[in-house]
Design a protein around this ligand. Structure first.
Ligand code: 26Q
Length: 813
């Protein structure tokens, strides 16, 4: 596509709108205007999309398929405009037509096809893969309903269905010609053919049609458009009669109906297993279909294709690829096994034992009889091979099948050539503890890939004022090479830049304050400290510690009405898994504390608590640019990486943190003077666990401030808090405070006090903010993805010298 002029764009838009609706564009709703705009933009990338895919084929480029149960792309309009280099043209063109791009953009649904970090990471990776010119695509599920919509009623979380497809999806293309059949259930019999080889014969299987919907992944100003393929389950054409009862027909639609809303608590539901096999099988089949067109020897499969699995959710690609190679293509077990291992790589995102996927043998055998046989055989051969080398104990600890359960992480490690953690500490914990047995067997499979974020969405699009400041101060090269943000460091004592940074932050805070006023009716002062904790609600992330700080501060103000403290607005955004009772109790507590604090005249607005409803990508884009403090306060050793820490840092928030996940690497980058570190270190936590020497009740009894705050949970101090107060109190005092909140309480309060002092010294604070931005470049997902490409996938950027992106920049580790 040549560069489109404003005139041309306006013509395109007006014509498109009228052809869709038969009335004038200015009579339309934002949703209608968005739809028309989307149709126009499609035309701007369609040729590149077709060309990119056909180039890969012609050149037999090695292509990566990123299999993920979740993608959280956010609204795609502005991201597509930015990457197509028509953002300004469209903005100006719409303005001339009397429209505002931001308003039109809100007409797009935000596809919440993921829970949190893992899904958002997948989408940052899709953007970075296309933008660095890599041949890589996504493979996932087109859920009809995304993650539930969260409402608060009387302070309690209520879940509503998120029907994001109600008005269609302009970006997707249904590809009926690429549909495949996925087989479930029935019986399988192994029978010899003429040559005496055993082949499976199936009876009574249920055959389901997987139809792909492709969504373009546009690269940043480089002409690349990769593919995100999302699968939808349907009854095969002409076979409606086989699905006789309504139950049978419902069961088919259910497969891709709704995303499981649990993000860290594994539940062994049959439907979840159906979903996992459904998109794993469909994805592998479509990849194999492509490879066969190349007409190459099967041994070359790993040179042409890589399959990456985002956690164990798609781990059934291991037996599925084996099945296809052996049963359908006639390869021997050993040939197929070598190819499978070389093709597949795996990322681990958690060390929480309760989140590890395990499936009952019976369930697997019934739902996927042939896949089950193959898993049994993989397990059997693994044990046979490792027993003489490592002895019984170690070998059986690495078995895939154990106590009638199938351990998906073990399957993923044994069936792949690479396993990586998502931050240095996380990878070290995997190597030295959680997966140490596997490390002894396969030291070379283990590697680290610290997560990253795309500055295109999280700075350029969400924070245009900061973008302008950066462009004016250090030039524009940081957009193609975020490490250049370090140039900002030279301006750390430049009063003009610091003041401008303060103004930018203030404007972003005003923007968010207006939202809070409009949506929640709460008045917040944009000059106050905006203290932000945005992430899924989980005990290990310790939102409760944040609440204890609020209560302690509340008491301090009540005790000293004249206390000199800067105003603080505590901002929360968090969804709890619907079945996670404790997390929901914390939500109720936060809302009750907000109600109490916000309306107490004695607090004189020194504290406000804002818990935004329905936190997700779109709200993150509004909140993050407005943050002064980034709360990253998980118990050390529990948060694999975290990624909101990186987004907040890149927008000039100062981090308040424990030494956990990638926050450790943020600490190392900005230096100890530009971050607030408190609390136990991982080693200390481990010591306490080993020696069982932590006694939370001793702290409760001995620390007057802790005691007073905890007693508020049970003595009726907080209006509306009854049972949940007692349960939370008990978790901390009676059940020994699993996540060491009381142990970290004092050092947390001290760190917060220091932040109060520093915030009042405006220049000092602005300098910290500036240095955080300056050191945020290395956390770009562009670098992360170039390391995956270089070290795991063995692929290189395809684009030529004309590309704006630094594909030749050697990613530094
Ligand atoms: C598994 C089985 C059944 C139902 C649900 C699940 C399930 C679903 C989602 C298990 C886990 C998840 C998501 C995990 C996740 O988001 N982990 C986060 O990944 C981020 C990206 O690597 C890290 O930054 C976070 O630290 C990590 O918590």
């Amino acid at each position: 596509m040549g560069k489109v002029s404003i005139q041309q764009f306006k013509k395109d838009f007006v014509k498109e709108f009228e052809q869709l609706y038969a009335y004038s564009y200015d009579e339309g709703t934002p949703r209608e205007q968005f739809l028309a705009l989307g149709e126009v933009i499609r035309n701007y990338y369609m040729d590149n999309w077709k060309q990119t895919i056909s180039d890969y084929k012609t050149n037999e480029t090695k292509q990566i398929f990123y299999f993920s149960m979740e993608f959280l792309p956010g609204r795609m309009l502005k991201s597509n405009l930015l990457n197509l280099d028509v953002l300004k043209t469209v903005q100006d063109g719409l303005k001339e037509l009397g429209l505002n791009l931001d308003e039109v953009s809100r007409g797009e649904a935000d596809p919440a096809l993921g829970n949190g970090g893992l899904g958002r990471l997948a989408s940052c990776f899709m953007d970075s893969i296309a933008s660095t010119g890599l041949a890589g695509h996504g493979n996932g599920i087109r859920y009809q309903y995304g993650l539930f919509k969260q409402k608060f009623i009387d302070g309690y979380q209520i879940e509503l269905p998120e029907n994001w497809l109600r008005n269609g999806n302009v970006w997707e293309v249904r590809k009926e010609n690429k549909a495949v059949i996925v087989r479930f259930g029935g019986q399988v019999y192994l029978e010899p053919d003429e040559a005496g080889r055993l082949y499976p014969r199936y009876e009574n299987t249920q055959n389901i049609l997987a139809v792909p919907y492709d969504v373009p992944q546009v690269g940043y100003k480089n002409g690349v458009v990769n593919n995100l393929r999302l699968w939808s389950a349907e009854i095969p054409y002409g076979e409606e009669y086989l699905f006789r009862t309504e139950e049978e027909r419902d069961a088919v639609n259910q497969i891709t109906e709704v995303l499981y809303p649990d993000d860290s608590n594994y539940e062994g539901r049959l439907l979840r297993l159906r979903q996992e096999y459904f998109f794993s099988s469909a994805g592998v089949q479509s990849v194999i279909r492509y490879f066969k067109i190349l007409d190459e020897d099967w041994s070359l499969l790993p040179d042409k294709i890589g399959i990456h699995i985002n956690d164990t959710h798609p781990a059934l690609v291991v037996p599925e690829l084996m099945r296809i190679l052996i049963d359908e293509e006639g390869l021997t077990w050993n040939q197929a096994w070598e190819i499978t291992k070389k093709t597949i790589s795996y990322t681990n995102h958690t060390i929480l034992q309760e989140a590890m996927e395990r499936w009952p043998v019976d369930m697997m055998a019934h739902l996927l009889p042939r896949i089950y046989q193959i898993i049994v055989e993989i397990n059997h051969r693994h044990i046979e091979k490792k027993l003489p080398l490592y002895g019984e104990e170690l070998t059986y600890r690495t078995a895939i099948i154990d106590h009638d359960q199938i351990k998906m992480a073990n399957l993923a490690i044994i069936g792949s050539h690479s396993i990586n953690g998502v931050a240095k500490l996380h990878t070290n914990i995997l190597i030295n503890e959680t997966l140490h047995d596997f490390y002894l067997m396969y030291p070379n499979k283990f590697n680290n890939k610290t997560n990253g974020i795309t500055q295109r969405r999280w700075v350029q699009l969400s924070n245009p004022a900061l973008t302008e400041l950066l462009d004016d101060t250090i030039g524009t090269d940081w957009k193609c090479n975020p490490e250049e943000l370090i140039l900002l460091k030279a301006h750390a004592d430049d009063k003009t830049v610091l003041d401008r940074l303060e103004t930018v932050k203030l404007e972003n805070k005003k923007r968010f304050a207006a939202y809070v006023k409009k949506e929640m009716g709460i008045e917040i002062d944009p000059t106050a400290i905006f203290d932000v904790q945005i992430k899924r609600l989980h005990a290990y992330k310790r939102q409760l510690l944040n609440v204890l700080h609020i209560l302690e501060r509340y008491n301090r103000i009540k005790d000293n009405p004249d206390i000199a403290l800067p105003k603080r607005v505590f901002i929360f955004g968090a969804k709890a898994a619907p079945s996670y009772h404790y997390a929901k109790q914390i939500i109720k507590l936060i809302n009750a504390v907000a109600e109490m604090v916000n309306n107490d005249p004695e607090i004189r607005d020194l504290i406000k608590v804002v818990f935004v409803e329905n936190y997700g990508v779109s709200l993150a884009e509004l909140i993050i640019p407005a943050a002064d403090i980034s709360e990253q306060i998980s118990l050390a050793g529990k948060e694999a990486s975290g990624t909101s820490n990186m987004k907040l840092m890149a927008n000039g928030a100062v981090t308040m943190a424990t030494m956990d996940g990638a926050t450790i690497e943020i600490h190392d980058a900005v230096g100890k003077d530009n971050i607030y570190i408190f609390g136990l270190k991982n080693e200390e936590v481990q010591k306490y666990y080993q020696t069982q020497s932590y006694h939370s009740r001793t702290i409760y009894e001995g620390n007057a401030s802790v005691k007073r705050v905890l007693n508020m949970l049970i003595d009726g101090s907080i209006p509306g808090i009854f049972n949940e107060g007692q349960d939370i109190f008990d978790s901390l005092v009676k059940f020994n405070d699993e996540y060491f909140l009381l142990k970290d309480f004092d050092s947390y309060i001290n760190a917060q006090t220091q932040a109060d002092i520093d915030f009042l010294g405006r220049d000092k604070w602005n300098k910290m903010a500036l240095l955080n931005i300056a050191h945020s470049g290395p956390f770009s997902s562009d670098y992360t993805i170039l390391r995956y490409a270089d070290e795991i996938w063995k692929i290189e950027p395809q684009v030529d010298d004309a590309t704006p992106i630094y594909s030749k920049v050697k990613p530094a580790e």
